[in-house]
Design a protein around this ligand. Sequence first.
Ligand code: MF3
Ligand code: CO
Length: 249
Amino acid sequence: MVILKLPDEIEKARASNRIVAYVLSKLREKVKPGVRTKDLDKLAEEIAEKRGAKPAFKGYHGYPYSLCVSINEVVVHGMPSDRVLIEGDIVGLDFGVYYQGFFGDATVTLPVGKVTQKASRLMQVTEKSLYAGIAQAKDGNRLGDISAAVQDMVEDAGYSVVRDFVGHGIGKNLHEDPQIPNFGKKGRGIELKSGMILAIEPMVNEGKYKVQVLPDGWTVITKDGSLSAHFEHSVAITDNGPDILSKLN
Ligand code: MF3
Ligand code: CO
């Protein structure tokens, strides 16, 4: 069941998502060779708590950290560790908070120092596919319009969309209906309505779409070892079109 939000609830969700965006902007400043991924987790936690927000992922289904740090062939749910960022890595930072009754959730993938053209293009296409999906998040459209827009952009660029993980509704819960696949057909699926808040999050592999979960039970990697990128925004559908909540202003 999809839960529609009232305008004042969307403003609360905006406040929560703005904290997420702020944390990601501070992490961006820290991302460089030599930084320990555990220290990024610590910093994210500290900044969120200073603003009165609770990190959303810690303890969620037993996840032990506040931040997901997904490097290179790691698709999603990489865990902070003593691993240090190395020049040429690409690193996905996925963060969420709970604040005044509402969840916020967003992800960026960033270059560590100078990266290859290949890696840079993968990140660019993935981010563009997120915005192509967001552009379809309009009252009266169908869920499949978002999915197809993402998939078309990704596959036209020669990449693959991950099938096993999807975006989601978000609000008083981190994960709500509907599930939002990054593949599908235009005109199919539920009708989109003003008041929905959707976390749209393309996960894009340079090679094939198949992924596997490591024995730690969390870390998801590409099966073929190819690079993967991930971007996510939480977006409200309004009568004036898509409203990206997980941004600074
Ligand atoms: N952004 C991810 C999601 O939307 C984060 C979940 S990680 C978890 O599902 F650890 F909290 F599960
Ligand atoms: Co999410």
